[in-house]
Write a protein that binds this ligand. Structure first.
Ligand code: AMP
Ligand code: MG
Length: 381
């Protein structure tokens, strides 16, 4: 499937993302290019004769699986793409819990330490989110991720290693680890940029790192003079500007791997980031499916109306927040998620799909969201 994505990209047709979105890049899908955007388009072309020329770069992981694709337009695009790839590798080396030299691995091994500016920023945002979400977002769930088998270091009771557990862990083991999960106990010193973790606590930025990475790449693109670009990190989308013709990007939200789309959102300069239980899960021998977004209140996969068959998409100008919020709202479940949005409605918008196929769209994107597949309710402030 992923190889097909690349082939399509190279053919200059539609690009399909890894898991949660599709977007049109050929400008045929309408959009809002009226007279005013035509004239700004002409001005852009005067300034950059290559304004509508696309450059693509696909980034592969260590297993040579493509996991990221970048597209930028214009005369600065090629340089920006190279800088973007360097940034992806830099942040991966810095944040991956699995890389022993990473900031995260060092903090976990030493129970704290002085952080690099990127990790300090992520720690600060994560602790703020922990506060504002009533603990739904908690970077200290990492030992639970290991226990549930959603990390590469997983080893079960029988000594089997691998990336996916086949049975739910024992209740007692979950309860044991849960006593060490509480991000409010992380001591963060903003002046020194240092943290102290309580005994046996370990952290992971898995719920926020992709959004931060796409945000950093967007910033690098902009500082390289790129005004139109699309950054796709495994289905998490960040856009720079609109399409080269001035119309918005059309981002289609994956319908939980059902081969259709929840709908399409049209955006400029926005991140569109989704969380879903369908992304990573396993089926135990009793038939129950367990997914990878853990409710820090219970130690079990979130099950408050968003479980394995749901999805939460966040539309926000800040990719880091979009990613942190998609995970947080997933844990909260639909009612609390809507309540949270009402208190922060000027900061982001959402498309929620519950386990029982109820879809909610926040008022702020009423005019730029559409769905041929589902009826949905607009949630008002
Ligand atoms: P996402 O796909 O953005 O929702 O992120 C899921 C990832 O976030 C998981 O693979 C974990 O690394 C991490 N994670 C899981 N549960 C939580 C939580 N409650 N708070 C913060 N991070 C979490
Ligand atoms: Mg997230």
């Amino acid at each position: 499937m992923k190889r097909k994505i690349i082939a399509a990209a190279l053919a200059g047709m539609l690009i399909f993302t890894g898991c949660s979105a599709e977007y049109s890049v050929n400008g045929t899908a309408g959009g809002s290019a009226g007279d005013s955007s035509k004239s700004s388009d002409m001005a852009a072309k005067d300034a950059d004769p290559m304004a509508d020329q696309a450059f693509d770069r696909v980034i592969y992981d260590a297993m040579t699986v493509p996991y990221m694709s970048l597209r930028a337009y214009g005369q600065h695009a090629e340089d920006a793409l190279i800088a973007g790839e360097v940034e992806i590798r830099r942040l991966d080396d810095l944040l991956s819990t699995g890389k022993s030299g990473s900031d995260t691995a060092k903090i976990n091994a030493n129970g704290g330490g002085v952080l690099t500016p990127d990790t300090a920023y992520l720690t600060e945002v994560s602790l703020d989110l922990h506060d504002s979400t009533g603990g739904a977002f908690d970077i200290s769930v990492y030992p639970l991720m290991e226990l549930w088998g959603f990390t590469s270091q997983f080893e079960d009771e029988a000594g089997n290693t691998g990336t996916v557990r086949r049975e739910a862990p024992a209740e007692k083991d979950i309860a044991d680890i849960l006593t060490r999960v509480d991000a409010s106990k992380i001591e963060y010193d903003a002046d020194k940029g240092s943290v102290v973790l309580p005994d046996q606590m370990r952290i992971d930025f898995g719920g926020i790192a992709k959004g931060y990475t796409s945000q950093c790449i967007a910033d690098i693109f902009r500082s390289n003079g790129v005004t139109s670009a699309l950054i796709d990190l495994g289905g998490n989308i960040q856009t720079v500007g609109g399409k080269p013709d001035g119309s918005p990007w059309k981002v289609a939200l994956n319908d939980r791997n059902r081969g259709t789309f929840l709908g399409v959102v049209q955006v400029k300069d926005m991140a569109v980031i989704s969380s879903g239980g369908y992304e990573r899960n396993f089926t135990a021998s009793d038939g129950k499916v367990y997914h990878h977004i853990i409710d820090p209140a219970t130690g079990y996969p979130a099950d408050n109306g968003f479980s394995v068959d749901a999805s939460v998409s966040i539309i926000c100008s800040d990719g880091t927040m979009a990613d942190g919020l998609s995970t947080s709202l997933y844990v909260m479940g639909p009612e609390k998620a809507i309540e949270y949005w009402r208190a922060h409605s000027d900061e982001f918008d959402f498309v929620l799909m519950t386990d029982d196929d109820k879809m909610y769209v926040s008022e702020g994107i009423e005019d730029c969201f559409s769905s041929d597949t589902y009826k949905y309710e607009i949630v008002r402030r």
